[in-house]
Design a protein. Sequence first.
Length: 552
Amino acid sequence: MFNFDQVSNKFKEINCSESNEMNLLDFDFVSVDDWDFDVEEIEPLMSLTQPQKLVQRENNCTTLIKSSASRLDPMWDYSHQPSQLPSSFKILKDYDTTRFIKRSKTEKNIIISNECIKENNGSMLSTDEILRLGAEKFIQSFTIRGDQEPYMFSHPFASSFLGLPEEDTRNVALVENLLASAEKVGQKQFDRARRILNECDKLCSNTGNAIQRLVYYFSQALHERIDRETGRDSSKGIEMKQLVQHIEHSLMNLNLTMIAAHQNIPLSQVTQFTAVQAIIDHVGESKKVHIIDLKIGSGMQWTILMQALVTHQFESESSSIKHLKITALCTKLRHKIEETRERLMDFATSLNLPFSFNIVMVKDMTELKQEDFEIDDDESIAIFAQYILMWMLARPDKLDSLMRVIKGINPRAMIVIEVEANHNSPVFVDRFVEALFFYGAFFDSLEDCMKNDERNRTATELEHLSQGIWSIVATEGEERTIRHVKVDVWRAFFARYGMEEMELSMSSLYQANLVLKNFACGSCCTLEMNKNCLLIGWKGTPLNSLSAWKFS
């Protein structure tokens, strides 16, 4: 397996000399699931006082390799809910009743189980639990009566609220009202939506707790959508387009924010180390290895591969790597990829690894040809597709063109890393609910893992997460570039091109668990098998998928 210390030391030698900023860093790794009540009309935001009775709930997050059976948490019983749930929010009920399960530790495919350590900090609940309570309270408290305003419980404490700290109670009410505003947007009742949203804005902030920050960015996106729908001028769209361009550049660099998130949050490193092991499983015995990276970014993942190939060479007498070639595909920012090339060339030199780096640049993916990749007959090819295919869902012609070229290349393996979420629904409310829970898990991970680094945590949320929220919530048509879909959708898509999903090796799964042990918050990262695909998540919410494919 990989030697983390050796990789870390080599990476520091190459990169710490590049800038004064880099010299300040301490690298740890390469990279960096029958209430009787009266109702009365009240203002959208409730005033909730201190609860008086404590209700205990088990809060146990596990690090698992588990089968993806149906999900149901017994604590949530919807058999006595009001029947007049707003039709546009039926997905909220379905979402909440199918996403939680208390699995037995004797269940098939469980590798390891650890308790997720949680610090209270004035809060008894995680971000995800607050979102679920807010969703539950929205479902239970709102009824629709023609064109009237929403109605809520006259009693301020439903059973779910008993014993909650004041901060949690306020956060639940904040989520409830955010959902109410989104529902009004979905119904195109924009004035009502704006009134509720303005109340939310009084309690949310990009510098508050995780829920307040999450609601802040969703509120901003809802404001933008309302402005667009009502014809109001807004500078937010221009600002976000500029931010997107900034992000495209920053993803190509090893900047401090990117490195800090990578070092403190396990999701990225788990994905990268597992992917590298999957590549080695298929090309590790070859003399000549050719990696085609469809979106190389800073290239930090390939420093892991280089170290692994060299280590594998020493451990196996039959393996002697003669040459590693990496080809980066791009449609812009060639100069940034050239910087990545120089970093990787230096790293390979430090390992005495024969290495070459090619760049294939096309103006449009429809122009891509198989001949562009300079493929040799005696090399073993693996294709690495990390967070790239989803960007082309809005342009199926581009995606089809790319897949036909890949099929012609016929690699030994194609490693696909994608976001495990459904943010491509044409129904606004569906997308909103899915995105709220998805990004809630991300904000929770940042809260737990970067609690001592507010500056970089805030920058990560602003520069990266807010862009996704804005695209999913505020935009439509081709402008809605972020269209995450789950692995089941990708399976159906790949089947059109005769692709077969391959099983991930035990070595790959071992790598995933090994990386988690190096993080203080690693026990909150969840690993789950969906057929042959590994789902990487946070406290039970899947966030990323990793799968390996070949052409039949």
